[in-house]
Design a protein around this ligand. Structure first.
Ligand code: AMP
Ligand code: ZN
Length: 112
């Protein structure tokens, strides 16, 4: 756990969040500044700064299982997008690995 990391503080319960799914390894909660009608973040409970810092590849399976469960819960009608911003150029602002799950509107391509 990183005391300065907002997502670690959500995992510990120190910071409130609108949690939509939780299992042993992962947590999913609504983004505080949604970029689509539905915007959920799926994170590992352990502090991992970014994709390239994942040591145990099984973590990716856990994250994708959590994504599947959230998708089943929110059942987006006409598609959704998964985004993982990594590093400065990608606009990563929270250095704790997270998958954005966006849905509820047409999503432009290519992304900005
Ligand atoms: P990124 O820019 O890919 O690092 O995404 C970080 C996301 O975390 C942004 O969409 C923020 O709106 C969101 N965020 C930051 N702090 C919180 C929080 N306390 N609760 C929920 N979402 C947050
Ligand atoms: Zn963290």
């Amino acid at each position: 756990m990183s005391q300065s990391c907002p997502f670690c503080r959500i995992v510990s319960g120190e910071l409130k969040a609108d949690i939509v799914y939780e299992d042993e390894t992962c947590l999913a909660f609504r983004d505080i500044a949604p970029q689509a009608p539905s915007h959920v973040l799926i994170i590992p409970k352990d502090h991992v700064p970014s994709a390239s810092h994942v040591e145990d590849h099984v973590l990716w399976v856990s994250l994708m299982v959590a994504v599947r469960e959230v998708v089943r819960r929110i059942s987006p009608d006409s598609g959704y997008r998964l985004v993982v911003n990594c590093g400065e150029d990608a606009g990563q602002t929270v250095p704790h690995l997270h998958v954005h799950l966006l849905s509820g509107r047409p999503l432009g391509w290519p992304p900005g």
